[in-house]
Design a protein around this ligand. Structure first.
Ligand code: GUN
Length: 293
């Protein structure tokens, strides 16, 4: 079993981006500028956004955090999106999800200018990705692809099973893994809460991507000997022995599954750390106008 070490790979990618930024700025380019909108006080979102902003500082980006209260109206949020769309100094921005229930996430995502949509959530970026056109690839799928590439994992002709059909992970991941390029060329099965015989389907997977949000759901009996196991789950579970009062659990029972797998991502320290790299890569592309000229 080999560990797909998100900590090491993400540190490597960040140092590569830092160098690219230095080169870009030294040849007269503007420092990439990422803005983030955070609505409400969701604990996990606070942590993620703080980490995104910190990463920007580390690699030489400018960053702006716009905070809104949980009672903010959809109209107020759309006005903020519009002003970032129009701000020429901002290369790309994100609206951290989830949003409070009274705000439509789809409406907000569609309001973002696709050329600044560094989360890759706008239907135009999703559609362009499906057609194999230049597009911002969303952060988690980007992170997973990059882990496969850097570990040199062969994907062509493999059976890839994805558990979960979410807009931000399962769905784009299934599209990317079937593309006629590397990583890709897999025979992809996408499974969800209504899937029958989930365990049997997972047992056919050479590459299993787990993104259903149920702590330690996948156990060794789901796994084919030698499978590559990618755990996207990040759930906070109460744990009185921790200072924070919670522990972070993945969707895979690591101790059980690891001995059977060829490669596996830990949680924490796996896919979660990689996602930021996707966002930073997209922001650099936005600043250099690589996707939308
Ligand atoms: N919430 C969970 N993951 C993400 C992400 O990648 N982007 C945004 N904006 N919100 C999220």
């Amino acid at each position: 079993m080999q560990l797909l070490d998100g900590k090491a790979i993400s540190a490597q990618i960040k140092s590569e981006i830092k160098l690219e930024v230095e080169n870009w700025v030294s040849t007269g380019g503007k420092k990439p500028h990422l803005a983030a909108i955070l609505v409400g006080q969701d604990g996990a979102s606070e942590t993620y956004v703080a980490s995104k902003i910190r990463s920007c500082e580390e690699i030489g980006f400018t960053s702006t955090l716009l905070r809104f209260g949980a009672e903010t109206t959809e109209a107020e949020l759309l006005a903020a999106v519009d002003s970032l769309n129009k701000n020429p100094d901002v290369d790309g921005f994100i609206v951290q999800l989830p949003l409070p229930k009274h705000i439509s996430e789809n409406t907000v995502m569609e309001a973002v200018d696709p050329s600044k949509d560094v989360d890759g959530f706008h239907p135009i970026n999703v559609g362009r990705m499906c057609k194999g056109l230049p597009a911002y690839i969303s952060a988690t799928p980007f992170g997973i692809l990059e882990m496969l590439i850097r570990a040199g994992i062969e994907t062509a002709g493999k059976n890839c099973v994805v558990i979960g059909r979410s807009q931000i992970v399962g769905l784009p991941m299934s599209i990317l893994m079937q593309r006629n390029e590397y990583p890709g060329n897999c025979t992809v099965t996408i499974t969800h809460s209504k899937t029958k015989n989930l365990k049997e389907i997972c047992q056919t997977a050479d590459i299993l991507i787990v993104a259903l949000g149920r702590p330690e759901f996948v156990t060794a009996d789901y796994i084919k000997e030698g499978a590559v196991v990618i755990d996207v789950g990040i759930t906070r579970v109460e744990d009185a022995t921790k200072k924070s009062g919670f522990a972070i659990k993945g969707d895979v029972n690591f101790a059980d599954v690891a001995p059977k797998s060829s490669f596996i991502t830990p949680v924490p320290g796996g896919v979660g750390l990689m996602t930021i790299c996707g966002l930073l890569t997209n922001t650099l592309k936005a600043a250099r106008k690589e996707i939308y000229k």
